[in-house]
Design a protein around this ligand. Structure first.
Ligand SMILES: C[S@@+](CC[C@H](N)C(=O)[O-])C[C@H]1O[C@@H](n2cnc3c(N)ncnc32)[C@H](O)[C@@H]1O
Length: 227
């Protein structure tokens, strides 16, 4: 009887370990695919990307101050907009191809910039390092967005601010459904998911939402949150 119970327990434990391992391997595979896709896209990204107008970038980035972390810095499109309220901007990205383009833009910045190849889902910074954490159009691409947002919560100072400008799944039921149908194609051929529910993901990561502002197209939202 006792032996039976033990063996049931150990089977259950083995199954759980196996399923965790499988989850991790799948995640690693997806992260690797994301890196490859953005390495490919990096050559044409600046020509292709028209989602965020320069005025909007300028407005959002003027809200950053102190020690700033930009997650998914991409080709460095935001770098020239940081103001001198920022002590230093640390940019991370998964893709060396995108980072290569960003490096060429460091000289356009008015503040010191450091760039690192790093996964947002597993950052190498100590807890509470940054006053501001920013991401623009990134959580459409991070394989496990909640894990990435939990990492942001960890590395942001308790009184710091998290500023996200993200495109999300439409609240319109028909458009939302169309986005769900097209999503596998955008992921395969360009990289981003177009049906992410980022506001819900921010809350699920334990961040406290301070404001959510719809931009002209309602699928782009400015989300401000705190750890
Ligand atoms: C659509 S691009 C946006 C780039 C830039 N933020 C902008 O506004 O132009 C998404 C970026 O997120 C990066 N990315 C995706 N997953 C990531 C991860 N797990 N960690 C770090 N960067 C990631 C991609 O490599 C890519 O450069």
């Amino acid at each position: 009887m006792r032996r039976g119970k033990l063996s049931k327990k150990s089977t259950y434990a083995a199954k759980r370990i196996y399923s965790r391992l499988e989850e991790t391997l799948n995640m690693d595979r997806e992260t690797e695919q994301t890196r490859k896709r953005y390495n490919r896209t990096s050559r044409v990204y600046d020509l292709m990307d028209r989602m965020i107008k320069p005025e909007l970038r300028a407005n959002v980035l003027s809200q950053a101050h102190g020690m700033v972390l930009e997650v998914g810095v991409g080709t460095g499109k935001n770098l020239s907009y940081y103001t001198q309220d920022c002590v230093e901007v640390v940019g991370i990205d998964l893709s060396p191809g995108m980072l290569g383009k960003a490096r060429a833009r460091i000289r356009e910045a008015k503040v010191p910039v450091k760039l690192y190849e790093m996964d947002a889902q597993n950052m190498e910074f100590a807890d509470g390092t940054f006053d501001t954490v920013i991401a623009t159009c990134v959580f459409c691409s991070v394989p496990d967005p909640i894990k990435g947002l939990q990492e942001i919560r960890r590395v942001c100072k308790p009184a710091g601010r998290v500023i996200l400008l993200e495109h999300v799944r439409s609240d319109n039921p028909v458009l939302g459904k169309i986005m769900d149908l097209l999503d596998p194609l955008t992921v395969r051929f360009i990289g981003p998911h177009i049906n992410r529910r980022t506001v819900i993901n921010v809350e699920a990561a334990g961040l406290r939402i301070r404001s959510v502002e719809d931009q002209k197209s309602k699928i782009v939202k400015l989300i401000v949150a705190q750890p």
